[in-house]
Structure formats: C-alpha cells, structure tokens
Design a protein around this ligand. Sequence first.
Ligand SMILES: [Zn+2]
Length: 60
Amino acid sequence: MVQCPKCKTKLSKPQKIWKHRELDVHFFVCNNCGTRFREYMRNGETKYTLMLKDSHYRKV
Ligand SMILES: [Zn+2]
C-alpha cells in the first residue's frame, strides 16, 4: 500500500512493475487526482519516489 505524493490517497495496485537495476519500479496513477508516480523499491521497502510534474519526473 502506497500513498499518492500529492493527495495522500492510498493505492494498492500498481499499473506496471519493472526492474531498474536491483530495484523494483512500481508505476501508479492516482485514481483520485491522476498524478503519475513511480515507487523505487527494494525488498518491499520504498527507496525513493518520483512524481511526474510538468512532464518531468522529480524526486519527492
Ligand atoms: Zn492523488
């Protein structure tokens, strides 16, 4: 379960999952505000989050 970095809505199901080096990337689209973001995870723990803003991904 992760939270949208913008509106804090809880989201359980990523739209897509892929590997980035040793990390698992979980891609979400918030079903409340439509924010797109990626959770970079290792062993089920979030390492960092990138949020799409003005067509660029930024760390949040
Ligand atoms: Zn949201």
